[in-house]
Design a protein around this ligand. Structure first.
Ligand SMILES: C[S@@+](CC[C@H](N)C(=O)[O-])C[C@H]1O[C@@H](n2cnc3c(N)ncnc32)[C@H](O)[C@@H]1O
Length: 108
């Protein structure tokens, strides 16, 4: 079954599509706080982006990886803290974040 993502992901995608030519392999996007049951990176993957995601929580990464496997999507998820992004500068064309800067909980 085709996944349904949360609406801000569609909005962000449509802004990008209006303003940029999207070519697979040329548009690389990083999602900060990318874990969860239906990771928004799936939407960008479906539209030809090369995707990377970091999440501070192992359990959330595991859920997102399960989604990627079930959907046959190469999402490229790894553990990471968006306060110290574990990639060199200028690695990405776009950086996305959705509902991950609002939490008080301390993750392990
Ligand atoms: C409410 S969930 C949202 C997940 C996803 N963005 C979505 O919209 O479905 C927030 C996520 O942000 C992650 N998170 C919180 N603080 C983070 C940080 N400093 N760096 C990376 N991930 C973080 C949490 O582990 C959690 O998976």
């Amino acid at each position: 079954m085709r996944p349904i993502y949360r609406s801000p992901a569609y909005h962000f995608l449509s802004c990008l599509q209006r303003n940029h030519e999207i070519h697979a392999e040329k548009n690389i996007i990083l999602d900060c706080g990318a874990g969860g049951v239906v990771p928004p990176l799936g939407l960008f993957y479906e539209h030809g982006f090369k995707t990377f995601g970091i999440d501070i929580c192992d359990d959330q990464i595991a859920l997102a990886r399960k989604f990627g496997k079930e959907q046959n999507m190469q999402l490229n998820l790894q553990k990471g803290d968006m306060r110290a992004i574990p990639f060199p500068d200028i690695s990405f064309d776009f950086v996305f974040e959705m509902y991950s800067m609002v939490q008080k909980k301390i993750f392990k």
